[in-house]
Write a protein that binds this ligand. Structure first.
Ligand SMILES: *Cc1c(COP(=O)(O)O)cnc(C)c1O
Length: 360
């Protein structure tokens, strides 16, 4: 990926360097326009990272102490930390066992009179069933966590464009990644976008005048410029991820106890992660590692079991689907440009493992 963009990235570095304009300038504005267009919203507000993007989204919606926010029991910790950061209470809801994405029925099951918002997470790059989620979240604010699903859509409508305010991360490893930390909110509500823009910049709409107590959560000019260069490649990179995923699926279908990624009807998958599940996960990971094949576990411990959340009082067994995903999931290598031989060697390693695993 980086070979493809090297020249263009060096050029924009030189442009920004020479401009001597490094904070909230034309590159941030240009990227915000382009990102809003991709998400089908009127506005995007560039911010410092994904966690801050979710946090600010909740804050501009007025979510705070005394409010409950529904999050998936199997999400990445940042979704939950954002809820805690605004002083609200995270309430976990189980995912669908096939897609691993938030189950709309579970939203209905856990919502109470204090529920203020729901954060669907398009996990692994697969769009949530947004029509059913919007229906289950009727009367609540929906904030999509679109950190893993850049360029995905549900029923043809982009992720990051469904909720009232949505958040994303451009951490370097995401499908669209900066060369450092970066994130953004998207919304079609002009007043909320303006409020987020003020909050990210010390609570100041006019230089040296502060209308509210804000933060420094700005997106850098350099990162915005890099992101604009890479955004032009996103569709081609997504197509390449899908090619690799298709080769994995064709090569691994029906093997042993493997569960392959399973998408809901109308839900795009942009394969931020190609995740398989097996009860032999740890042994398979060691087997691949011995052959020089890297793999990762996204994520080994659900958020409600983290030490940081021990005060919430959850125990193992509280969310069996999230725990089963955590115990069995393995993410295979996938990156734009990964060639057919490389994919085949991963498939070969897995086939070899199952040929030697008696209980499979
Ligand atoms: C990466 C990620 C985040 C956080 O993004 P940062 O930019 O690292 O703060 C939030 N949610 C999900 C689902 C992510 O994958």
């Amino acid at each position: 990926m980086h070979r493809q963009v090297r020249k263009a990235m060096q050029q924009v570095f030189t442009d920004v360097f020479d401009s001597q304009d490094y904070i909230l300038g034309r590159h941030v504005e240009a990227f915000e326009r382009a990102w809003a267009a991709r998400c089908g919203t009127m506005h995007a507000v560039g911010v410092s990272n994904g966690l801050d993007a979710i946090r600010l989204s909740l804050e501009v919606l007025g979510v705070g102490p005394g409010d409950e926010v529904i999050v998936p029991s199997n999400t990445y910790i940042a979704t939950v930390l954002a809820v805690s950061a605004v002083g609200a209470q995270p309430v976990f809801a189980e995912p669908d066992i096939h897609t691993c994405n938030l189950d709309p029925h579970q939203i209905r099951a856990v919502r109470t009179a204090r529920t203020k918002a729901v954060i669907p997470v398009h996990l692994y790059g697969q769009a949530c069933v947004m029509d059913a989620i919007m229906a289950a979240a009727e009367g609540l604010d929906v904030v999509e966590d679109n950190a893993q699903a850049h360029g995905a859509a549900y029923a043809g409508r982009p992720t990051g464009g469904w909720g009232r305010v949505n958040a994303t991360s451009f951490f370097p490893t995401k499908n669209l990644g900066a060369l450092g930390d970066a994130g953004a909110l998207t919304t079609s509500d002009t007043a909320l976008a303006a409020r987020a823009a003020v909050l990210r910049n010390y609570g100041s709409g006019r230089k040296y005048y502060n209308e509210t107590i804000g933060y420094n959560m700005r997106l850098d000019e350099l990162q915005a410029a890099f992101l604009s260069v890479k955004l032009d490649y996103l569709d081609a990179w997504t197509a390449d991820r899908r090619r690799i995923a298709a080769q994995y699926t064709a090569g691994l279908d029906g093997l042993g106890d493997l569960r392959l990624p399973c998408t809901a009807p109308n839900a795009d998958h942009v394969y931020h992660i190609y995740q398989i599940r097996t009860v032999f996960r740890d042994a398979l990971q060691s087997h691949l590692s011995a052959r020089g094949i890297g793999s990762l576990v996204h994520y080994p411990q659900p958020p409600y079991l983290q030490e940081a959340y021990k005060d919430l009082g959850y125990r193992r067994g509280d969310f069996p689907i999230a725990e089963s995903v955590a115990d069995t999931c393995l993410s295979l290598p996938i990156w734009p440009g990964m060639n057919e031989t490389e994919v085949a060697s991963v498939i070969g390693g897995i086939k070899d493992f199952y040929s030697k695993t008696p209980a499979s």
